[in-house]
Design a protein around this ligand. Structure first.
Ligand SMILES: [Fe+2]
Length: 212
């Protein structure tokens, strides 16, 4: 039984393009080392899973599920995260490029600033490693957090995700989590968020399927 191989997606900007919000050193390590490791481990786990499947080894299949979830989630989450970011000077960093999403945010939280405050509170409330997400659930919007590398794959659309693992900010911000969150708003790609908001879950994950 043959299985597809997942690859590390290219970043749509240079490693230093998000400075000063996120340093080039963090971006390079985060993409070329951390994300690459999730991809490598996912491919290895899927290969072993295919072997366990073809040999009717149910214990072997179950034993591999955590590795598939963790590394597959890591690959999904980081692929979505890179596309959620853009240089502060780009047109996509302007929330005005996301008129439909802004109207929906205003309906739920009152204003973009109030949404940012609620999202920040959720991110700071995360215990240990995880992610914060703005998701479209049916026609509504809500904020969710996920532990470790659990991805948003329950039918909601992950509109915007922020990596709250220490590897995402520690080299630059040390324990200053709040400053990391405050500065990341300057490099959010609102155009990507708007496109995801207007589409369904399949549209979001299409990008990932293409890299098989
Ligand atoms: Fe990460």
């Amino acid at each position: 039984m043959s299985v597809g191989t997942y690859g590390l997606p290219k970043l749509p900007y240079a490693y230093n393009a998000l400075e000063p919000s996120i340093s080039a050193q963090i971006m390079e390590l985060h993409h070329s080392k951390h994300h690459q490791t999730y991809v490598t481990n996912l491919n290895n786990a899927l290969k072993s899973y295919a072997t366990a499947l073809s040999s009717n080894d149910i214990a072997g299949q179950i034993a591999l599920q955590n590795a598939i979830r963790f590394n597959g989630g890591g690959h999904i989450n980081h692929s979505l995260f890179w596309e959620n970011l853009t240089p502060a000077s780009s047109a996509e960093a302007d929330p005005q490029t996301a008129a439909t999403l802004m109207a929906a945010i205003a309906k739920v939280w009152g204003s973009l600033d109030e949404f940012k405050a609620a999202f920040t509170k959720a991110l700071l409330g995360l215990q240990g490693s995880g992610w914060g997400w703005l998701v479209k659930d049916g026609n509504g919007l809500r904020i969710v957090t996920t532990k470790d590398q659990d991805p948003v794959v329950g039918g909601e659309v992950p509109v915007l995700g922020v990596d709250m693992w220490e590897h995402a900010y520690y080299l630059q911000y040390l324990n200053g989590k709040a400053a990391y969150i405050e500065n990341i708003w300057s490099v959010i790609n609102w155009k990507t968020a708007e496109t995801r908001f207007k589409g369904g879950p399949d549209d979001v994950f299409k990008v990932l399927r293409a890299s098989i």
